[in-house]
Design a protein around this ligand. Structure first.
Ligand SMILES: Cc1ncc(COP(=O)(O)O)c(C=O)c1O
Length: 398
């Protein structure tokens, strides 16, 4: 039997967030305790799914709602998401504009696959969430990335965004609040992005999966709430806000100029029909989640803000590290200035020497190998221990 060659299109697909775990597992097998500051899964730490959502799913299963769901999603979930849009200021959304998917991950894939031809491109942020790059490789799209600027609280560099648009560009991806930087964009920035998209007939992909995880009383502006004409695909879901990343419930909301978007929207729903449906019973948690008690969000944001404050204070006190203050989500993207010249080497060194697991910045496409991503989901004692060890590390390698 000849060696089976994988397709070229996956040659460059990497996912740093999971790749670093392989090495940590080896250390764990040797009995070492790992400090996990690497994964954006609240349920790995001390955050628990609201009970009324668990009950809703159990109830759906007991009622034998275990068959395929409608390809676009179960009706009550779609209605509830459309209703939520009214609350957040996204106008004129009906259930027909909502598509349920197996997480935002699948929603992005379905919509980009239905929009962008191979050889064309879509703009993604740098640093940015890696799934967009994996999809670009899969679709045969050259990567096209715009910088976000640390000195401007990681807001997009709009001149860079403009300069990257070419004849093949079809869309701009905006991740707000951002993974990996924790940045929250101002209305003014969002308005400028809408203007850019309008000038070039581009679709905006608004990845707003962290829209309810906010600190310091900040408000999130959904980009679709301020864009009447430019088509926007708003990507949202239960994974993070509602503490169920394993349930794989996400959604696409299509808004903007009806005529401009109708064929693209229909193509996305058509593609969704070809994969039958997204997971059924878990979609019955959407209505109770969006319309039921929201106490866990207040509690989560309060605890996360405390952890964010600790991270911001401690990291900036240690010589060799600096960090901007995250305003949303649960990530920070610090810079290191240490006698180690590569972010991967740094991440593996700190893992072997101090058992701290974080992710290297170039894994998010960041061009300079001097940043890394930290997750501040862990409890205060784990964070305290981690920063103490980082301080030791910084002193030791000087
Ligand atoms: C910016 C961003 N988009 C999408 C996703 C994937 O979300 P889901 O669990 O809904 O697939 C993540 C997960 O970390 C993310 O950070």
């Amino acid at each position: 039997m000849k060696k089976i060659e994988p397709a070229k299109r996956v040659e460059n697909v990497t996912y740093a967030i999971r790749d670093v775990v392989v090495e940590a597992k080896k250390l764990k097998a040797q009995g070492k305790k790992i400090l996990h500051l690497n994964i954006g899964d609240p349920n790995v730490y001390d955050f628990v799914t609201p009970q009324h959502m668990v009950d809703a799913v159990k109830d759906a299963m007991q009622k034998n709602l275990n068959g395929y769901a409608d390809s676009a999603g179960v009706d009550e979930a779609r209605q509830s998401i459309a209703k939520e849009c009214e609350k957040t200021g996204i106008k004129n959304v009906t259930a027909n504009d909502v598509l349920l998917a197996n997480g935002v991950s699948e929603g992005i894939d379905l919509a980009l696959t239905s929009l962008v031809n191979s050889g064309e491109n879509f703009l993604t942020p740098l640093p940015g969430y890696p799934v967009y790059l994996a999809i670009a490789h899969k679709l045969g799209c050259p990567l096209n990335q715009y910088m976000t600027l640390e000195e401007n609280d990681w807001h997009p560099d709009l001149d860079d965004m403009r300069s990257k648009i070419n004849d093949g560009t079809r869309a701009i991806v905006v991740i707000n609040p951002n993974n990996p930087t924790g940045s929250l964009y101002s209305k003014k920035t969002l308005e400028e992005i809408i203007d850019i998209a309008n000038e070039h007939d581009l679709v905006i992909f608004a990845d707003e999966i962290y829209n309810k995880i906010l600190f310091d009383g900040e408000k999130h502006v959904p980009i679709a709430s301020i864009s009447d004409d430019v088509p926007v695909v708003t990507l949202g879901g239960l994974s993070k806000n509602y503490l169920v990343p394993g349930w794989r419930v996400g959604w696409n909301i299509f808004t903007g100029n009806n005529k401009a978007r109708e064929d693209f929207q229909e193509a996305t729903f058509r593609l969704a029909r070809s994969r039958l449906s997204s997971v059924g019973p878990f979609q019955y948690a959407v209505k109770p989640a969006l319309e039921g008690p929201q106490d866990h969000i207040t509690d989560m944001n309060k605890r996360l803000q405390e952890r964010r404050d600790l991270l911001y204070k401690r990291l900036n006190e240690i010589e060799g590290f600096s960090c901007t203050k995250p305003k949303g989500a649960f990530y920070a993207f610090p810079k290191f200035d240490l006698p180690i010249d590569d972010d991967k080497k740094f991440i593996y060194d700190i893992l072997y020497k101090k058992q701290i697991l974080a992710v290297f910045g170039t894994g998010f496409g960041y061009p300079k190998p001097d940043h890394f991503r930290l997750v501040f989901l862990p409890p205060m004692d784990v964070l305290e221990e981690s920063f103490n060890k980082m301080e030791e590390y910084a002193k030791e390698i000087k």
